[in-house]
Every structure is written in C-alpha cells, then in structure tokens.
Design a protein around this ligand. Structure first.
Ligand SMILES: NC(=O)c1ccc[n+]([C@@H]2O[C@H](COP(=O)([O-])OP(=O)(O)OC[C@H]3O[C@@H](n4cnc5c(N)ncnc54)[C@H](O)[C@@H]3O)[C@@H](O)[C@H]2O)c1
Length: 351
C-alpha cells in the first residue's frame, strides 16, 4: 500500500466542498491543510472533513515540507498567484477551471510549470465523462477524417451564478470562461489542439444587468453586481485551416443554441447524446453508443485520482497547462475583438 498523497486545499468555497466530498473514502489522497481568506470557511471545511491544519494565508500551506501538492479552488482571479507560488515552492498543482481569467495569467502559470518541472493540471472534470472519453476514442480512430469545422456551445437559458462570479475583481470574466471553457476544451481536445490564429467576437451583459431573477427556474443573482459578460460568441480560424464557431451564454431568451459538433471529411460527431454520422454499408448511418452514466461526484474523484497517479508515477499532467492555454488564447481573443469591434489576430505565447 503506497502512502497517500498529502495535499493542501487553497480556497474553501462551494467547489472545494465538491472536491472534498469526492475524496471521502479515497485512500490515495489525504488533505492535511486548508486555507481561505475567510477564516470561517476554512474552519468549517476543516471540521466537516477532519483537516488538521487551518490557515487564512495560503503561504503557510506552501511552507509545509510534508505537503507535496495543492488543490486550488479559489475564484478565477486568484488562480494565478497561488498556482505560481505553489509551483515555485516545489508543489504540484491542481487548479480549478478556467485556468485563469486572462491570457497573461495563463501564460505565467504555464511558464512556471515548465520552469519548475512540477505538474500543473487544470481541473476540468468533463474530461472524465464517459461520453467525452468515447468521443475522443471515435476521433482518434480516424473515422471522421480531417476535421474542418466545429461548433463549441455552452448556453443556459437563465443561469447566472451569483457571488464571486459576478465581479471583475474576483471572477474576472464571465460565461466565456466559466461554462464556455468546457465546450472550448471539448472541441479543441477532440480536434487535437490546433493553433488559433484569429478571432472575431462579441461579448455583452445586456440581459443580466437588467433582469431580476423572478421567473421560476431562474438562478438568483444581483443584476447591479454583474460586471462581467453573460453572453459571448466568436468565430475562430486555426492555423490548419479549420474553423470554429463558439457560443456561450449564462442567460438568453432561447432554449438552446445547439451543442458541440465536429464535421470531418469522412464523418461528423455531435456530443449530448454522442452520435457519429457516417456513410457505411452503402447507407447513411447514425451511431449512438451505449455508455455508462458517470455522476458528477465521480468525475471530481477521477480527476483527483488522475492527478495523484501522475505525481506518484512521474507521468505528465493529465490536463496540461499548454492545452488549456489555447482556451485562454481564444477567450482573450473574443474579449479583445469585442472591445475593438473587429476581427483580431491571436498568438499562442511562447512558453
Ligand atoms: N469544476 C466545477 O464543476 C466548478 C463548478 C463551479 C465553480 N468552479 C470553479 O471553482 C472556482 C471557485 O468557485 P466557487 O464556486 O467555489 O467560488 P466561491 O466564491 O464559493 O469560493 C472561492 C473561495 O476562494 C477563497 N479565496 C479567494 N482568494 C483566496 C486566496 N488568495 N487565498 C485563500 N482563499 C482565497 C474565497 O475566500 C472563497 O471562499 C472558480 O474558478 C470556478 O470557476 C468549478
């Protein structure tokens, strides 16, 4: 029996609770310290999950020699500093999605991972969904041929998260990075991470700043506190000639703007439900595989276990910063293009 990975938890808000619940009964990981700016949250989390060391300053966790890794569950604007500090203190880092609110921060984080030779993994639990794993197997088999077009779509009809997600100082960015990053990552991962070269986009918060959430089924937020975008769309050109349309919204007067799709020269694929469209046997075929359902808590557990295994076995990061950097390039391109009112060139930073 190997010793468990001794881990520190930085940020003890909502999503930290989901990570901790998923780790109950997991022998491979032991969370031994927790830090949150808000002492009550750190204390409550420590009591709830039996975490012995409690701090308000995350640097105290980084000073603990017997801690090998940290899980960073802070709001988006506090992903970069703790990640870089932890990497430079010799810790491996699992950081919540999105990697960061800005491309500048994402670049600094990726560089720090390279320079320190530590694992920086972005916690994107959707990578562990059974449909996502199956979709990757389909694409990697080559049956789609060359992928020349994709749509990455993540929209809610009325789902603006409240709290720290609304302000520029904490969330930093809205739907494009919050739920948009899931669809962007899905499509980029399936496409094999082509390099984006230009983006034309719009972003605004025309609805969320005006509507109070009174309707049944609507989430609850303070319209006056909403500073970030609640709607963003973009078209993206890639170096290999492929093209993508990206649509994301926290709120809209519509039920759906579609889902993630890929078009290839010999097949097409859509997610949710996963369906593969081909011409086979002299027929047009639509294949929908039978897949086991993976519950949310299991995907949190699976991503934590993959992180621990990579550290133990000296494997590369299961969800590396270099891959996630491309999502930040596109999101930053969308925001910059929206501000400029025209298409902008984008560049993947040298890291
Ligand atoms: N994987 C998922 O399914 C999922 C779902 C929701 C949110 N998230 C991500 O998780 C992150 C946190 O979201 P949340 O809903 O838990 O937010 P939250 O506001 O509930 O919690 C964030 C916590 O971080 C603490 N914090 C901020 N800066 C800190 C610092 N420097 N040191 C110590 N503590 C600090 C805050 O005090 C707060 O308690 C966000 O990046 C969000 O995008 C992921």
């Amino acid at each position: 029996m190997v010793e468990p990975l001794r881990m520190g938890l930085i940020g003890a808000g909502n999503i930290a609770q989901a990570h901790m619940r998923a780790l109950v009964g997991v022998d491979e990981i032991e969370v031994v310290a927790v830090a949150d700016l808000i002492e009550e949250r750190a204390v409550n989390t420590s009591k709830r999950f039996g975490i012995p060391h409690v701090f308000t300053d995350y640097q105290k966790i980084l000073e603990m020699d017997d801690i090998e890794a940290v899980s960073i569950c802070t709001w988006n604007q506090a992903h970069c500093r703790p990640s870089v500090d932890a990497l430079r203190a010799g810790k491996h880092v699992l950081v919540e999605k999105p990697m960061s609110a800005t491309l500048v921060d994402a670049t600094e984080m990726t560089k720090a991972a390279h320079e320190t030779d530590r694992i920086l993994m972005v916690a994107l639990k959707a990578r562990y969904d059974s449909s996502r794993i199956a979709a990757k197997a389909v694409v990697d088999s080559g049956v789609l041929g060359d992928i020349y077009y994709a749509e990455a779509v993540a929209c809610r009809r009325c789902g603006i998260p409240g709290g720290s997600f609304l302000a520029k100082a904490t969330g930093g960015i809205g739907t494009t990075a919050d739920i948009g990053v899931y669809s962007l990552d899905a499509v980029l991962h399936l496409m094999g991470h082509p390099k984006p070269v230009s983006v034309s986009g719009v972003a605004n918060n025309m609805l969320g700043t005006k509507y109070a959430s009174q309707a049944m089924g609507c989430w609850s937020w303070d319209p006056e506190a909403l500073e970030v975008e609640d709607f963003g769309v973009a078209s993206v050109r890639f170096e290999n000639g492929a093209f993508m349309v990206f649509k994301t919204s926290w709120i809209m007067n519509m039920d759906s703007l579609g889902g993630n799709v890929l078009l290839g020269t010999t097949g097409g694929l859509k997610m949710n439900p996963l369906t593969v469209f081909r011409q086979e046997f002299g027929m047009l075929t639509d294949v929908t595989p039978q897949l086991p359902e993976v519950r949310d808590e299991n995907t949190f557990r699976l991503e934590n276990l993959a992180f621990a295994e990579a550290i133990r076995e000296g494997k590369p990061s299961p969800i590396p910063a270099d891959e996630m950097l491309l999502t930040n390039v596109i999101i930053q391109g969308l925001i910059d293009s929206a501000a400029a009112g025209r298409e902008v060139e984008v560049h993947v930073p040298e890291v």
